[in-house]
Design a protein around this ligand. Structure first.
Ligand SMILES: Cc1cc2nc3c(=O)[nH]c(=O)nc-3n(C[C@H](O)[C@H](O)[C@H](O)COP(=O)(O)O)c2cc1C
Length: 180
């Protein structure tokens, strides 16, 4: 059983996860934008990883526009964002990206974020969403403070546990212990 891992990454942390998982399960790894959607027959497991921008998993719409071609295979999606993975965060990503319409497995990983290194437009975007949160009663004070700290403290996450979970599920599918 062969695995294909496609990814969309802006600053490299999603690519790093895709390559690390790829090495551990001996998968072919490629940027989504370069993949020609040919030779799909040779793969039984298709993984897509995308970075998160404003709760939208980048590239996932493009990836899922090919769902009909891959729906008989095992499909795994992971999102890589700045948030520490939580059940609420996971639910928000599933509903915000309408993933529940598809038969897929979904994982949430934490990547890297450094406000100081963003371009001007991205800085404005992030700052305005952080400011918006500060006046939103739906967020706890703790969450608001965490978001505010993003403007000054960088996040350098590497979710080894999340990588291990994805690798384990791929290996279980390959060995026949888990259904596609
Ligand atoms: C403009 C912008 C918006 C972002 N929005 C979110 C978000 O809504 N949720 C989140 O978890 N992370 C968000 N992030 C953080 C990125 O998803 C995180 O830095 C990720 O690790 C980047 O992946 P990459 O290194 O592959 O580009 C945002 C980052 C930028 C630059």
């Amino acid at each position: 059983m062969k695995t294909l891992i496609l990814y969309e990454s802006k600053r490299g942390s999603t690519q790093q996860y895709a390559e690390d998982i790829g090495k551990l399960v001996l998968a072919d790894v490629m940027p989504l934008k370069k993949y020609k959607w040919k030779n799909l027959d040779e793969y039984d497991i298709i993984v897509f990883g995308g970075w998160v921008k404003g709760n939208a998993i980048q590239g996932v719409d493009d990836f899922l526009s090919h769902y009909d071609e891959i729906k008989e295979k095992a499909v795994i999606i992971f999102a890589n964002g700045l948030s520490y993975p939580t059940t609420e965060g996971r639910d928000g990503l599933i509903s915000g990206n309408i993933l529940d319409l598809y038969h897929i497995r979904f994982y949430q990983l934490q990547g890297k974020f450094d406000f100081a290194k963003l371009g001007m437009i991205e800085k404005i975007l992030v700052k305005s969403s952080v400011n918006r949160m500060q006046n939103d009663d739906n967020f706890t004070e703790e969450h608001k403070a965490q978001m505010l700290s993003l403007l000054t403290t960088k996040i350098d996450g590497y979710d080894q546990n999340g990588v291990n979970k994805i690798v384990a599920v791929i290996n279980r599918i390959i060995s026949g212990e888990a259904a596609k």
